[in-house]
Design a protein. Structure first.
Length: 357
């Protein structure tokens, strides 16, 4: 009998101790920015979207007639700390004379547009110059000598035109020529890996010397990421260049993932409460983690997946173009969720003490 009493009492003593240890560990590492909840904050959004003249139509939800605006008012609250509010002037000073480049698909474009809007709204009087050279869009702040660029490259590895047709080459990464000498790189790829039919931009897939009509797409994704990782490991000097990987950005086409069988993102006006997504993580996120874990150069995972999964309310849905057409549950309205991705980028820079000089 007494042994039962003893083990009971040691258990009650252990629980608060365990909690203390968990809190201590989280703080000792700085704070896990990526686990938290969304809270309404009247001081959001970070900028007035109608005062940001270069937001593209597909992200301009309010202009396209989206009637609700609560989705612009959420702040991401990590469990054990608060994110510092984005200070655009401080960001520009840290990057004076430097270049930043997002590389990837339209989710990179989403984050790039968010960052340029945040920065422009912090220094509305400062000149800016938006130009394009081939696949690279360049947003420059001449007064700060800062360039914020976007290289559209949906697979990171190459698609080459050959005699047999367009070949997706999992071992070839010639597009990397554009990434040399950039001070901060933020990569992403995933959304195009599952494309089939008329919007699939290749006819064959090549691994090593082998050319095939198709293969397991998750495996293809992993091989391409590994090619990219090798490029980073052998070409990036971590003393000169910071490298981020923007984690998998989730879509909300399937309400079963959040227990609303027939729903999509259309008509959603609130995030999911709490910190966990009922549908669990997308399988591609595990592939990203595995590849990053095996790299020599430390790449920071901007782990936007879980926090964005909670934001079923953040997509353009039928407000991605003029006049309620389509249903885009894959991109994000601006102002909106990608602003938080940039706040996390900023918080990571500050926590690593990066002055960039
Ligand atoms: C946002 O900007 C537009 C255009 O400059 C302006 O008309 C509007 O009043 C602004 N809204 C807020 C809330 O500041
Ligand atoms: C804008 O940038 C382009 C090239 O990126 C340059 O040729 C042009 O002179 C710039 N314009 C201004 C006004 O700074
Ligand atoms: C979703 O539904 C399942 C099965 O009906 C239930 O076990 C689970 O608790 C629900 N989750 C949420 C977040 O409502
Ligand atoms: C989420 O929490 C808010 C505030 O506590 C509450 O008003 C809302 O009904 C909750 N939503 C769901 C789906 O539980």
């Amino acid at each position: 009998m007494s042994s039962g009493f003893l083990s009971g009492s040691s258990l009650t003593a252990a629980v608060p101790l365990l909690l203390l240890v968990l809190v201590y560990k989280a703080n000792a590492r700085g704070c896990d920015f990526f686990t938290g909840t969304w809270v309404v904050d009247g001081s959001f959004p970070l900028y007035n979207a109608s005062a940001c003249p270069f937001i593209e139509r597909e992200f301009s939800c309010q202009k396209n007639g989206r009637p609700d605006s609560l989705y612009t008012k959420y702040r991401w609250k990590p469990l054990f700390c608060n994110l510092q509010r984005f200070n655009g002037v401080d960001f520009l000073e840290r990057f004076r004379g430097k270049s930043i480049m997002f590389v990837g698909d339209s989710l990179s474009r989403n984050q790039w547009q968010s960052l340029t809007c945040i920065l422009h709204s912090s220094v509305p009087e400062a000149k800016y110059n938006l130009t394009r050279q081939g696949d690279v869009s360049i947003f420059a702040f001449p007064d700060y000598e800062v360039k914020v660029m976007l290289d559209r490259n949906v697979y990171l590895v190459d698609v080459a035109r050959e005699r047999i047709g367009r070949v997706l080459k999992l071992d070839s990464i010639e597009g990397s020529k554009l990434w040399n000498g950039i001070d901060m790189l933020i990569f992403n790829t995933w959304h195009w890996w599952n494309r089939r039919g008329p919007t699939q931009p290749w006819d064959y897939i090549q691994v090593g010397k082998e050319i095939k009509k198709d293969m397991d797409r998750m495996l293809a994704f992993e091989k391409a990421l590994t090619t990219w990782a090798k490029w980073v490991d052998s070409n990036v000097d971590p003393a000169k260049t910071m490298v981020f990987f923007q984690g998998i950005s989730p879509s909300h086409y399937n309400g079963r993932e959040w227990n609303e069988t027939k729903s999509t993102c259309n008509g959603q006006t609130q995030p999911i409460n709490g910190s966990s997504y009922p549908g669990g993580p997308p399988p591609a996120a595990a592939v990203v983690r595995d590849v990053l874990r095996n790299m020599k150069v430390a790449v920071t995972l901007l782990d936007v997946t879980a926090l964005s999964q909670l934001r079923k309310d953040g997509h353009p849905s039928i407000y991605g173009s003029d006049g309620k057409v389509g249903n885009d549950c894959s991109h994000w309205c601006l102002a909106g969720v990608p602003d938080t991705w940039n706040e996390l980028l900023y918080a990571t820079l500050i926590s690593q003490g990066k002055a960039m000089n």
